[in-house]
Structures are given as C-alpha cells and as structure tokens.
Design a protein around this ligand. Structure first.
Ligand code: PA5
Length: 470
C-alpha cells in the first residue's frame, strides 16, 4: 500500500519470518495470486452491471448532499442523538464515533463537542433501555432519535421504535414525531417504509443494493457521524482512494486482494481464527465492526452454485495492550490455529509523558521520561515478535494517524476484502439466511401473524427435549 495511506505489512506472515511450517512462501503467494486477481477482474466486471453497490457509495454526491441537508437544521438543535438499530444498522455508527471523536465525548462540555451526545442502543435489554430513557427524560425535547432499519422488520428496532414513538407522542405531542424522530430505511419497501410514508415523515434512505453490514458509508453511518462533527466528506474521500486501490489488477498494488489472499490461504491451511488486535482505544470498535462483516458475510452452508458447504473463518477481537493480560498466553502457547491482524498507529493525536520522579525504584526507571505512546507501540512490537517466534503468522495494518481519510480507507479495505474472500470461498458474501431464520423464530415466539408453522415447530422441539439443568 502507498506510504501516505494505510499500509498492510505482511512480512511477518511469510516463511522467512514465521518458518516454513506456518509461513507462506513467495511461490505460494504467486500461485494463489493468479486466482485472486481473476476474482478481482470478475468483481470489477460485475460492478459495471450494478453489483457490489457499496463500492460506489464514495462517489455518490447526491447521497452526500442529502445527508448534509438532513444534518444542517438538526446539528445544533439537539443535545442528544439516539441511534436505534442493530447489527449493520449500529456497529458502524459506534465504530466511527469511537475512532474519530475523543474518548469520553459524551462527558465533554457542549463547547468541546462537535455535536450532540451520541447513544447507540443496539439491544433490547430492558434495564439498558429503561435507564437511558430515564437519563434522557428531562431533556426529551432536545433529543433526536434516528431509527435505522433497512428491512424495516427487525424486532429489536421495531420494539424500540414503538416505545419511543409513544413516549414522544405522550410527552411532547404529535408534532414531536416529525421533529424528534428521523427514520433511515429502505427507499421502497418494508414495514417501516409503509409507516413513514403513511405519516409523511422525512426520511433518509439505505441505498438500494447495499446490505446492512456494508452500509456504514451511507446515511446509515454518516448521519450520526456528521451530526457529531465528524467530517463525512473526508471519510468518503479516504474510502474512494482505497476503492481505487482495491480495483488494481496487480496483486502487490491491491491491498484488499492481498488481505483476502493471505487470510484465505491460511483458512485453507486450517488457521481459521482471525484475531484483530488494535493497539489503540480509538480503533477498538472498528474491530467489532470487522467481526460482524467477516462473520456474517463468510460463514455459510451453501455455495454460490447451490451445493452444500460448511465454510467461514471466525473473527475474534482483542485489544492491545489490555488483552495481552487475558488472551496472549493462549495465543502464544495454545493451538496454532490463528492469524493475527494487528492495527498499529504511527502518530497518536495525543501523548502522555511518564514523569521522572525522585525516589522511583530502580526497577521502574526504564519508564521514566518516555511516554504512553512509546510504551503501547513497544508492547505491540514485543507481542508480535513473541507470536512470530512461536510460529504464529501476524499481519499489521498501520495507520499513519487516525483521521477520517484513514478510517474511510480501512472500511473500504475490509469491505472489498470481504467480497473477494467470499468469492474465494465460493459463497455469497451478501446474504445472511441464518440470521433471518433466528428473526423468523423470534416473530413466531412473539406471536406475529404468518409464523404459526414456525411456532408449532419450536413448541414441538421444546416439548421433546429432555429437561436437563443443574
Ligand atoms: O448486515 C446485515 O444485513 C444485518 O446485520 C442487519 O444489519 C441487521 O440484521 C439489522 O437489519 P435491519 O437494518 O434490516 O434492521
């Protein structure tokens, strides 16, 4: 990758670092490279036929205009922004906020925040939801709820919506529904679309052909980001530049192709656990976002030609240095079935010096006069070295610094790599039938019309199972 942008360092995955048993040789790279580059060519051809629409989002000027138009009158009008959504309708929002706004953003005084406080409620935990509503209660008038659901059918989001709609109506009256609620949903279909059309509410659209976990660079993720002062134009321009690199036909110029190739090659060799370990608090929620993207896109039981398969790497999140003290023992000495993907930052936005203090014991003198950034980076290098010495392959994605362009690039890199990896695994990376099945049985258990058969099935299953518990 270019030196000004993100770099994907794969030197610690090659056999001359990790050893021949666990490392990849240049010949293996070249061999796999041909198939990967054919896959890239196929994807680029399909893009011309309107597929892989998430790749076009950075160029969608009308979309960006629409989002900015929605932000303008609202940005200074609210103290709180609450995103109601789940999965692909929430994880990107959380990741952008953690990466690009200061930690403890919500606790900063208004003048030091770029916009309203942000709460993303991606669950229906009753204690969590009740507690948030209690906190917001006195300032409800100053709270905007952004309901995000592409399908418009998801039980968790629908339940949150119904609760909030009644709350707003009861406490502030019908007019508040237009002012304090903004729905992001499919432009044409779904129950939420029917509701908003019937009410005549202004909405934001989830672009056609863009699935939930690929939608962070649309209104789904960009509205809340822009409301909270993040430069969404720069996010898109970083993604655009990375998109161009992901279309390159030469393996060594195409970071997404290289990433997919390496992770797929190890998958085939039996290293099916892919641990992403950022050494940066700001990047920790991007690892959550990656976890959904990689898991939901690649874990499938049907190949694209319809034949049954069982495939899918397991993405794992760890945080440096915190999880050195919880997981690295397993990673170094346990089964060698993982690939490590470190996220490293070259220049942190802030640093804290470790002071020299008279009387400090000799055993702590090595810390004096250095800084936390230096310590964290040293810990990353040391952990990587220890893993590599134990024959564990490690990749590093290096951020020159954390800013909108690099975060946009990171998002596009992983989305493009996911498509390529899906094609290498010969599955459809865009569907999620297993998630849908869980949704359907939830509808059945909650008594939704049209799901009686599933209700009978689940009841029969429950009555047959032997009661075993301790
Ligand atoms: O990636 C996906 O498609 C899913 O994770 C969805 O985002 C999630 O299930 C929520 O769906 P919806 O936005 O339709 O409510």
């Amino acid at each position: 990758m270019s030196q000004q942008g993100l770099t994907l360092d794969y030197s610690r995955i090659l056999s001359n670092s990790v050893g021949t048993t666990h490392g990849l040789t240049s010949a293996e790279l070249d061999g796999a490279g041909r198939r990967v580059m054919e896959t890239v060519a196929t994807i680029e051809r399909e893009r011309k036929d309107g597929r892989h629409r998430y790749r076009d989002l950075p160029d969608d000027a009308a979309m960006l205009r629409g989002i900015r138009t929605a932000i303008k009158p609202r940005a200074n009008a609210f103290e709180n922004l609450v995103v109601l959504g789940i999965g692909g309708s929430a994880l990107g929002n959380i990741a952008l906020q953690t990466a690009l706004n200061p930690p403890y953003y919500n606790s900063l005084p208004t003048t030091r925040r770029g916009g309203p406080r942000l709460f993303v409620v991606d669950n229906v935990d009753p204690v969590q939801v009740a507690s948030l509503l209690e906190v917001l209660g006195p300032r409800l008038r100053k709270t905007l709820f952004n309901v995000i659901t592409k399908s418009g059918e998801t039980a968790e989001t629908a339940a949150q919506f119904l609760i909030v709609r009644k709350l707003l109506r009861d406490k502030l009256g019908d007019r508040a529904l237009r002012r304090n609620l903004l729905v992001t949903t499919d432009a044409h279909s779904g129950t939420m679309r029917e509701i908003v059309d019937a009410e005549g509410w202004e909405t934001l659209a989830v672009p056609e052909g863009v699935g939930g976990r690929f939608s962070v660079l649309s209104a789904v993720g960009l509205f809340s980001a822009g409301m909270c002062g993040i430069n969404i134009g720069k996010l898109l321009s970083g993604a655009r530049e990375m998109g161009k690199r992901c279309a390159q036909r030469t393996l060594k110029r195409n970071p997404a192709a290289m990433l997919a190739l390496l992770l797929h090659a190890y998958y085939v060799r039996g290293k099916r656990l892919h641990v992403m370990m950022p050494y940066s608090h700001q990047l920790k929620d991007l690892a959550d976002w990656y976890r959904q993207l990689w898991a939901e896109s690649l874990g499938k039981c049907t190949a694209r030609d319809g034949t049954p398969v069982v495939v899918g790497p397991t993405p794992i999140k760890a945080l440096g240095a915190t999880d050195q003290h919880s997981q690295v023992q397993l990673y170094r000495e346990g089964p060698n079935d993982k690939v490590f993907i470190f996220l490293e930052v070259e220049r942190f936005k802030k640093d804290v010096r470790i002071p020299r203090v008279a009387g400090t014991p000799a055993s702590l003198k090595y810390l004096q006069g250095t800084s936390l950034a230096r310590l964290l980076t040293a810990e990353k290098r040391a952990t990587e070295f220890a893993l590599v010495r134990s024959g564990r392959p490690c990749l590093t994605i290096r951020f020159p610094q954390i800013n909108e362009e690099h975060v946009g690039a990171f998002i596009m890199l992983w989305e493009a790599a996911t498509t390529i990896a899906g094609y290498l695994l010969e599955i459809d990376p865009y569907d999620q039938p297993a998630v849908q099945m869980g949704k359907d049985y939830t509808y059945a258990l909650m008594g939704k019309d049209g799901f009686a058969a599933q209700r009978r099935e689940i009841d029969t299953f429950a009555s047959r199972g032997r009661k075993s518990s301790v």
